[in-house]
Design a protein around this ligand. Structure first.
Ligand SMILES: C[S@@+](CC[C@H](N)C(=O)[O-])C[C@H]1O[C@@H](n2cnc3c(N)ncnc32)[C@H](O)[C@@H]1O
Length: 256
């Protein structure tokens, strides 16, 4: 465990709602951890790539004074509504509608103007591109994020990753999910950092999050799909027990 105390997100205590409105390990704790690492400054412009229903976007707008754009190209698989619609509604509920813009767009073709953002943030989103579009698609997504950031801007990438060890054979069935198998989506920290550098960023910090397994366990206990199917992701997390699975983060700058 880390000694980071989550001063802002610890005030949001309804973990069932947080994990219903976010998607993946960490929820608002992840967003706060990343904001802290990125040195997010009030009154700056943030792009949230793969914002899902946008609770992290709203949290960052409200608690860190961001003018935020959340992009997500998909529809919600429960209601069929675009994620951007959820973000619009959530921004009203959070009282941040004047500082949050929701757009139904994705990387690598965002159509956003170059040099538009001081900060960019993406958590638990880009790794899926490896399955959909391969390593080239992953790299193209990073290059697009670089393009829309202003020179000197800061990018925070938070991603489910594996430790730099071979997948233990007994975990093979657990990490071979039919949709977005974790063994295909997840990479080690070194390989992910190399991709961020190859895209043109200068990396200032790259590490496995000290609370990675606590975030995964919280996800297993509170995510609605995990609650419906405890024999799937929760079982994989339990079987792993911190042997292969982790969560990494990379903080990088667009060269000035
Ligand atoms: C697992 S959710 C993560 C949501 C949130 N960032 C979090 O950490 O809780 C991943 C999101 O990435 C979105 N996504 C999928 N393809 C994308 C793309 N090409 N560009 C941006 N987002 C994408 C999905 O629609 C989904 O909402």
């Amino acid at each position: 465990m880390s000694n980071f105390t989550y001063p802002k997100s610890s005030q949001y205590t309804d973990l069932d709602t947080i994990y219903e409105q976010c998607s993946g390990p960490g929820g608002l704790k992840l967003a706060e951890f990343m904001a802290h690492k990125m040195g997010l400054l009030p009154g700056t412009r943030l792009l949230d790539v793969g914002c899902n229903r946008g609770w992290q976007t709203c949290f960052l707008a409200k608690e860190f004074g961001q003018s935020a754009v959340g992009i997500d190209p998909w529809a919600d698989r429960v209601s069929g509504e675009p994620m951007a619609e959820h973000l619009r509604r959530n921004a009203e509920a959070w009282g941040v509608q004047s500082s949050v813009l929701a757009l139904e767009l994705g990387v690598p073709d965002t159509k956003l103007a170059s040099r538009s953002f001081d900060f960019a943030y993406s958590t638990t989103a880009l790794e899926m591109l490896r399955v959909m579009q391969g390593e080239d698609g992953y790299l193209a997504a990073l290059k697009e994020i670089l393009r829309v950031m202003r020179p000197g801007g800061v990018f925070g990438l938070g991603e489910p990753m594996h430790l730099e060890v071979a997948l233990p054979p007994d975990l093979e069935p657990y990490m071979s999910q039919p949709e977005y198998p974790w063994k295909e989506c997840f990479r080690g920290l070194g390989q992910t950092t190399a991709a961020v550098e190859r895209a043109g960023f200068t990396v200032s910090e790259a590490a496995y999050a000290p609370d990675a397994m606590a975030w995964w366990r919280e996800y297993a206990a509170h995510d609605p799909f995990c609650k419906q199917k405890p024999e799937e992701d929760p079982k994989a997390i339990e079987a792993d027990g911190g042997r292969w699975l982790s969560f990494g983060y990379i903080i990088a700058q667009k060269p000035a």
